[in-house]
Design a protein around this ligand. Sequence first.
Ligand SMILES: Nc1ncnc2c1ncn2[C@@H]1O[C@H](COP(=O)(O)OP(=O)(O)OP(=O)(O)O)[C@@H](O)[C@H]1O
Ligand SMILES: [Mg+2]
Length: 245
Amino acid sequence: MSVILRGEHLVRGFGEGELRTLALRDVSIELEAGQVTVLMGPSGSGKSTLLAILAGLLRPDSGEVESMGQSIVGMNDAERENFRRKYCGFVFQGYNLFPALTAQQQVEIVLRWGEGASAKEATAKAIETLTVLGLGEKRHLRPWQLSGGEKQRVAVARALVKRPALLFADEPTAALDWEHGEQVVQLLKRGAADDKATVLIVSHDPRVTGLADRVLFLADGKISTDHHVVDGALEHREPAKEAVR
Ligand SMILES: Nc1ncnc2c1ncn2[C@@H]1O[C@H](COP(=O)(O)OP(=O)(O)OP(=O)(O)O)[C@@H](O)[C@H]1O
Ligand SMILES: [Mg+2]
């Protein structure tokens, strides 16, 4: 197994003085190519912060992130944006949709600007992905006209449509009913299996943990336990070792 994403000794705090919170104290993590890793832990334990740092959306105060063979901490903003556009797909905890765009346009824009697809190609792919997610009929609606679960599915469609090498999802099924949650889980699974994507998902949904190759628990800004999933059962694993360079 080859390591495709490595975070080393990641530290990240927020705020100043007495209000200072240390979200990540010292986290080292390695993601292996093509695996689905699920990150669990109590609210406020630093899961979203860790995901954002590994995805190149947030800088750590200290520590290193090596992704697809490149150090992303050392990159400037333009380089990091380019890197994200080329390799990463995201599903955010708060959807992050553009208020003025229809569901279809939210997905098309990723293909047009990220992938350089033609308008025709982008439209066809966007409709296909939205239809799979049960949103074919609603594709012309804007975020304020969609329910929470529908917005969540648009966000998932947007992340998956460009078939990214690295897929990051923060609670992707939290706002969904059983049936649509199941569809999202199947899509994430397909992304990992067919597209050989490396997937990191923050989730407590047993259906999501059920498709994991590995489950990590974060508590108090540190990784407390690390398990491999073998035949559906959790098997303990030593925490990520010091990386050998
Ligand atoms: N932008 C920010 N400004 C100030 N504090 C922040 C910011 N982002 C995160 N924090 C703090 O860092 C800690 C970790 O936050 P984080 O969002 O990573 O937790 P989480 O594990 O994702 O929680 P949840 O399960 O509730 O989403 C929390 O104490 C939070 O208040
Ligand atoms: Mg969070």
